[in-house]
Design a protein. Structure first.
Length: 317
């Protein structure tokens, strides 16, 4: 049994390859992939070679942790039925390549506990559950601690920023302000203002959430805090982060790092979507068939109008 998979042979060198899949073991499922998303954060850094040292890093590798597909078959005792639509946050089922994160392929073999049953009606939008869970985790702490203060200011109006803003509004908090420097990306807000940094006079934010991944902004953000305020680093950063001590000292600023989502975050956002409290509409802007993967990655990383690029595997699954 084989699968077509996206392989980063080395930075900026992508190919589609036929890779061998293992036989099903106890507790595993075979998934026919319909769609996989291209991440413009971590996956961009894997693509261009700027990814910091990370467990499992190395080339060749199969990327992808935003995958949705259908159960083809399960090992004896599997609870999920054949044909069930599931979200798959990556896989590690291919030999001879690194699986970081292993979900960009036409078929996958994964443990049943790793996947999440989702509504078939979501279609390609289901790939956004990973980013929604990441945004949720930045505030919730993954259910392992008390929830953190919600954002009053969000930096960046990409998919992550939009989801974080939508989640804040859905939770009944005051609509956050969102900073965006690119006019095209400032469009599409739902119930919250999007402005340019230079048009924002406030310098008393209690909680600023940066989802831009821009390491150069930290000093500027600290100067926008009220005393005792917090900057949350919810992006992924190429460079080392540093900041001027005096402004942070004067404000007794706090800096918190939000890590990747946990299972409770994924369950929570899936419930919010099912209940209609969180919309995933308007975030998937581009869809390409999987055989055009090279062009899809170039568009995802180079076209400012592309919020989320989806690879469509349905013809090859």
């Amino acid at each position: 049994m084989r699968a077509q998979a996206v392989v980063f042979n080395q930075p900026r060198d992508l190919s589609l390859q036929s890779l061998e899949l293992p036989e099903l073991q106890a507790g595993q499922l075979e998934i026919a992939v319909d769609f996989s998303g291209i991440s413009t954060g971590t996956e961009r850094m894997l693509w261009d070679g700027s990814m910091p040292a990370f467990p499992g890093m190395g080339y060749p590798l199969v990327p992808g942790y935003e995958t949705v597909g259908r159960v083809v078959r399960g090992a004896p005792g599997a609870a999920l039925r054949e044909g069930q639509t599931v979200f798959v946050p990556g896989a590690n089922c291919f030999s001879g390549v690194r699986s970081l994160f292993g979900g960009a392929a036409s078929r996958l073999v994964v443990t049943e506990q790793k996947v999440l049953a989702v509504s078939e009606k979501l279609g390609p939008r289901a790939v956004l559950l990973a980013l929604a869970a990441t945004a949720y985790h930045a505030v919730s702490g993954g259910g392992q601690q008390e929830p953190h203060p919600p954002p009053e200011l969000i930096i960046g109006h990409g998919v992550m920023g939009r989801l974080l803003a939508r989640l804040t509004v859905a939770a009944g908090f005051a609509p956050p302000t969102v900073w965006e420097t690119q006019a095209e990306r400032a469009l599409g807000a739902e119930g919250y203002p999007v402005i340019r940094p230079q048009d924002d006079p406030r310098k008393d934010y209690r909680a600023i959430y940066d989802v831009s991944g821009d390491a150069s902004l930290l000093d500027q953000l600290i100067q926008r805090l009220c005393p005792g305020g917090e900057v949350v680093l919810a992006g992924f950063y190429r460079q080392s982060l540093q900041f001027a001590y005096a402004p942070a000292f004067m404000r007794e600023a706090r800096i918190r790092v939000a890590a990747e989502w946990k299972r409770p975050d994924l369950l929570a956002v899936n419930q919010l979507v099912d209940d209609g409290r969180l919309s995933l509409d308007g975030l998937v802007t581009h869809v390409q068939p999987s055989h055009l993967a090279t062009a899809a990655y170039e568009t995802a990383f180079g076209d400012v109008s592309c919020l989320k690029m989806i690879l469509d595997w349905s013809a090859s699954a």
